[in-house]
Design a protein around this ligand. Structure first.
Ligand code: GLU
Length: 484
């Protein structure tokens, strides 16, 4: 069997949509599963859509995610150039071959005429289709128009009777009536090819064996097949991936403010978790296992198990999966990732290495961290009601009693260590003959001002230090006195 070659062919739009990244991942996995080649091709023929910095985003995403390409604009390869805008001569040459064969033709119709056709179609409630007006131009007429510099496009010449079929490995055999096939534009008036033409020429010239892309291209694929046939080229294997939905009715789309890869990274998702999650968006590994490293994905991925039905992008599940990846990080690595988030809300010189072990098992997404640790910087606004806890059996009175008793003992405590703080609290528990919670709930509440915190009373008191602990306990005493 020939070596598998897949490609990722992004347009430089300025962001990496989750669906595009999934296409890249699937194309990578299909190739690597069989030791094949994964190629990067930049599809920049829509010059109006050019976005500054867009290429960096593409390169950077592939680098960060480890989806390493074997050929591409930055590293070269045997079938370059790998940027479509550098291949315009190639497309023109191939379009001319089609004209020779009668499979394509020049079209000189003006914008106004096209507009009229569109309006008529709309009035008749039919799909706008070019009426082959220019197909009947004689050779002389064409020469004359070309010579006088009238703008033109080159169109595919599709039959209007019969049917065209194509095979998709996911969606099966798809057959359309040729009457539905528009004579799509292959070369635009600016001399650039359309995606519709360039993808066929490039996939062929670059030896692509499996074309992996979103299902939005499914409806155009019969027209691509006709191009392959017109050239006499082998049709590649098509692997169209199901749409990714935000909910049952809406597609996930950057335009709707939905997350791109960069957004997810900025929120503090880990790239491995993102890759793992999106691998499952439309692909069923079979079995219970859901957490896959990239190597395991390469090993397990079988594109035949890609689903037809739309995949729902489930935030909750992604968060959960990210949390699982965070838990598995070595503590030092988690600490390194968490540190910038601490520094967003903590200016004090605290021992941050003591905070990380408290957080690592609780954080799902790194951007939750500031809200979880802000109380280390300053005691948040809170009401005395926070001291009242039914299960712990704490109320204003016994909380006040605990804080008043513990304050002088903390004042006298030295050195200020976790063990010593614990001892003071446990001694008081024993002395009062109460359950731990009667002492620990008010102390933790006083030092944190929060209902739930990473770490308990001892850890927090140790981290904020003696002076701040005493100050916060005094604040608690005042609050409880006022509430009695
Ligand atoms: N340039 C197209 C896009 O970004 C790629 C489609 C394809 O993979 O063929 O949507």
């Amino acid at each position: 069997m020939a070596k598998i070659r897949t490609r990722f062919a992004p347009s430089p739009t300025g962001y990496m949509h989750v669906g595009n990244l999934r296409t890249a991942l699937y194309a990578y996995l299909i190739a690597k599963h069989e030791n094949g080649d994964f190629i990067l091709r930049i599809e920049d023929t829509d010059q109006e859509r050019f976005v500054e910095g867009a290429l960096d985003i593409i390169y950077n995403t592939l680098k960060v995610t480890g989806l390493k390409h074997d050929e591409g604009p930055d590293i070269g390869g045997p079938v370059g150039p790998y940027v479509q805008s550098e291949r315009t001569n190639i497309y023109i040459e191939y379009a001319k071959q089609l004209i020779e064969k009668g499979e394509a033709y020049y079209c000189f119709c003006s914008k106004e005429r096209m507009e009229t056709l569109r309006a008529e179609a709309e009035a008749n409630n039919t799909a706008a289709k070019y009426d082959k007006h220019c197909l009947s131009l004689s050779k002389e007429e064409i020469e004359e128009k070309l010579a006088s510099g009238i703008p033109y496009v080159i169109r595919q010449n599709n039959p209007s009777t019969g049917t065209t079929s194509f095979e998709d490995d996911i969606y099966g055999t798809i057959t359309v009536d040729n009457s539905e096939l528009d004579d799509m534009i292959l070369i635009k008036s600016d001399g650039f090819p359309t995606y519709n033409f360039a993808n066929v020429v490039d996939d062929h010239l670059m030896g692509i064996t499996h074309v992996v892309r979103g299902s939005e291209y499914l409806s155009s694929s019969p027209k691509y097949n006709r191009l392959y046939e017109a050239f006499g080229w082998d049709v590649p294997i098509y692997v169209h991936c199901p749409p990714i939905m935000k909910d049952t009715h809406h597609k996930l789309s950057k335009r709707n403010g939905d997350a791109s890869f960069e957004d997810l990274m900025a929120k503090g998702y880990l790239k491995d978790a993102i890759l793992n999650y999106i691998a499952l968006l439309g692909w069923n590994p079979g079995g219970e296992k859901e957490i896959f490293t990239i190597d395991e994905l390469v090993e397990t991925f079988n594109y035949k198990n890609i689903n037809k039905s739309p995949a729902i992008f489930d935030d909750v599940k992604l968060r959960w999966m990210n949390g699982e990846y965070i838990k598995k990080l070595p503590l030092e690595e988690f600490h390194k990732l968490a540190l910038p988030y601490y520094k967003k809300v903590i200016t004090k010189d605290l021992d941050f290495t003591k905070i990380s072990p408290l957080l690592q098992t609780r954080v799902e997404v790194l951007n939750e961290i500031p809200d979880m640790v802000d109380f280390f910087e300053a005691l948040p606004e809170h009401s005395a009601e926070l001291y009242v806890h039914k299960k712990m059996k704490t109320n204003y009175k016994n909380s006040l009693d605990v804080l008043e008793k513990i304050l002088p003992r903390f004042e006298a405590l030295t050195p200020w260590t976790f063990e010593n703080i614990e001892k003071i609290c446990m001694d008081l528990v024993a002395e009062l003959g109460v359950k731990n919670g009667i002492v620990l709930w008010p102390v933790r509440t006083a030092v944190s001002g929060k209902k739930s915190t990473p770490g308990g009373a001892y850890e927090i008191a140790e981290i904020i230090g003696k002076e701040e602990t005493l100050r916060r306990i005094q604040v608690g005493i005042e609050k409880l006195k006022a509430a009695q």
